[in-house]
Design a protein around this ligand. Sequence first.
Ligand code: ADP
Ligand code: MG
Length: 148
Amino acid sequence: ECLPYYAEGTVVTGFGRGSKELGIPTANFAEDVVKKLPENFHCGVYFGWAKIKSNGNVFKMTMSIGWNHYYHNQVKTMETHILHTFDEDFYGDHLKIIVLGYIRAMLNFNSLDDLIAAIKNDIAESDKKLEQPEFKKFKDDLFFKEPT
Ligand code: ADP
Ligand code: MG
């Protein structure tokens, strides 16, 4: 339906959900990027490819789209975890993503351990899916070669 979905914009500070403390940092997109999402784009966890302007490589990613509880579920967020270990944070950088597939709906977990296990599973699933030729080919998409 909406996939593949191309998005790009600035990485902003999130809501201090402490993703980094869990070992799973998520780069949050600025509000203007979130606002462009089609109405029928379902909340949940997705996989695809990502590139930041300050780094020449295209990396695998796992992304979530959800409603932020802190803002009484009025504010949607798009958070991208890139499957790469960076030396430094990249707040303010320009992030490009191509969203290719849906993994699961957003769930309420009973414990932090359950949440972390689910995210690790999402990352493994993304890693595997992106090796499939139908998804792998998007790594070389022109979108990632265009200057921003
Ligand atoms: P915030 O609540 O500000 O989003 P996080 O704990 O989610 O804080 O950390 C996100 C930040 O971590 C990103 O904006 C980025 O600058 C940095 N970062 C470092 N490595 C990664 C990565 N592999 N994937 C996503 N963000 C990363
Ligand atoms: Mg975050």
